[in-house]
Write a protein that binds this ligand. Structure first.
Ligand SMILES: [Zn+2]
Length: 83
């Protein structure tokens, strides 16, 4: 039996898969560019939203559970506690 150096278990996921994951928000709804920075934030009223900013056309949008939120709605939710 030849001596072979220990190798990483084959069951271990490739590094590329660990970064794929579910895409919170896809392409820019305005210009279709994939150069979109997406991050999740929580509004003041506790609503988790995905914020996306397009590097191509500087379009910005918020979405909640896959549905886009109008900017006015985001502001309304973010200022709800001030009532
Ligand atoms: Zn865009």
């Amino acid at each position: 039996m030849p001596m072979v150096p220990r190798q990483r278990p084959a069951a271990e996921a490739p590094a590329s898969l660990t970064q794929a994951g579910p895409r919170p928000s896809g392409d820019c709804p305005d210009c279709g560019s994939e150069r979109v920075t997406a991050l999740t934030m929580t509004l003041t009223d506790g609503t988790p939203v995905d914020f996306a900013s397009c590097h191509n056309c500087e379009h910005r949008h918020w979405s909640h559970e896959g549905r886009s939120l109008p900017f006015a709605d985001v502001i309304t939710r973010a200022t709800k506690l001030k009532v």
